[in-house]
Design a protein around this ligand. Sequence first.
Ligand code: NAD
Ligand code: UDP
Length: 315
Amino acid sequence: MAKVLVTGGAGFLGSHLCERLVEQGNDVLCVDNYFTGGRANIAHLIGNPRFEMMRHDVTFPLYVEVDTIYNLACPASPIHYQFDPVQTTKTSVHGAINMLGLAKRVKAKILQASTSEVYGDPEIHPQPEAYWGRVNPIGLRSCYDEGKRCAETLFFDYRRQHGLRIKVVRIFNTYGPRMHPNDGRVVSNFIVQALRGDDITIYGDGSQTRSFCYVDDLIEAMIRTMNTPDDFAGPINIGNPREFTIRELAEEVIALTGSRSRLVFMPLPSDDPRQRQPDISLARTVLDWTPRIELRSGLEKTIAYFRGEMRAAAE
Ligand code: NAD
Ligand code: UDP
C-alpha cells in the first residue's frame, strides 16, 4: 500500500478522497491550511493509525516522504477564490511548483486537481480535452482559471523536462456532503436556502447550464486515474455529462425539500460560463468509468447531510 499525500485534504473533495484512500489500506498524510476546509471534515479519521493531519500552506515548500501525491489544495468556490485573488494564484502556481518539486525529490507519482474552468466560457459543446478554452486573463475569475491553467503547464513541463509521472484531471462541477454551507456554490446555496425557507437566488435568468457530478463518482474516477499506466498523463475530464439549467436545479431542490422558498433573480456575475458539459469519452475508455449517481439521488443524500448539520447546529 502507498504512502499518500493529499493536499487540501480537509476540504470537501479532499476529505472524501482521504476517507476512501484510508479504507483502501493506504497511509494518508492530509495537508491543509484550513482556509476553506476544516477539521470537522476529517474528524472521523483522526485517531485512525493510517491517517495523519498536518497544518501547512502549500505556497511554502514541504519536506515529507511519500510515494503518491494528490494536489487538491485551492479554494474552489468563486466567493472564496475571489476573496484573496493573489493568494489564489499563489496557491495554484507556487503550490504546484512546491508539490512538483517534492514529487521530483521523492520520485512520487503526482495528480493535479484541475478544473473545467480551464475551458472558460466555452464555444465548443460539450468540452473535450483537446479544446484549448476561452478564458479571460484579466477578469474576476482569472486568478482561479489562469492559476489552474499555469499549474497544468507546470505539470506537463515537469513531465517533459524531468520525466515526472503526472496525472491531470479536469473536474467539472461536483457536489455532495461536506460542501461548505456558505461557500456560495450553487448546489449548497440552493439546498441551504430551501431548507431555511429563504429565497432561492438564481443569478441571471437561470438558463445557463452546468452538469453536476456526485462526489462518490468523482473520487472513484480520481483514484482510477492515479492508477493508470505511467505513460498516461491526461488531461482527462471527470464529471457527469447530464446537463441541467440552473433554474431546473432550483426547481428540483424545491421539489425534493418540499420547501416553500421562492425563486428570485439576481445579476449574473461577470464571466459566468453560459454552458458546461464534459465530454467524458476519454474517461469511459481509459478508466472504464461512467458516473452512476443520478442528480436526484445525489441531491437527496446532500439534502440529508445539510438537514443533519442544521439540526446539530440548532441543538
Ligand atoms: P474546498 O475549498 O472544499 O477544498 C480546498 C481545500 O484546500 C480546503 O480544505 C482549503 O483549506 C485548502 N487550501 C486552500 N488553500 C490552501 C493552501 N494554500 N495550502 C493548503 N491548503 C489550502 O474545495 P473542493 O471543492 O474540495 O476542491 C478541491 C480541489 O478540486 C480544488 O483544487 C478545486 O480547484 C478542484 N475542483 C473542484 C471542483 C468542484 O466542483 N468541487 C471543480 C473543479 C475543480
Ligand atoms: N448560481 C446561482 N445562484 C447561486 C449560486 C450560483 O444562480 O446562489 C449560478 C452561478 O451564476 C453559475 C452556476 O450557478 O451560473 C454555478 O455556480 P457555481 O459557483 O456553483 O460554480 P461555477 O460557476 O464555478 O461553475
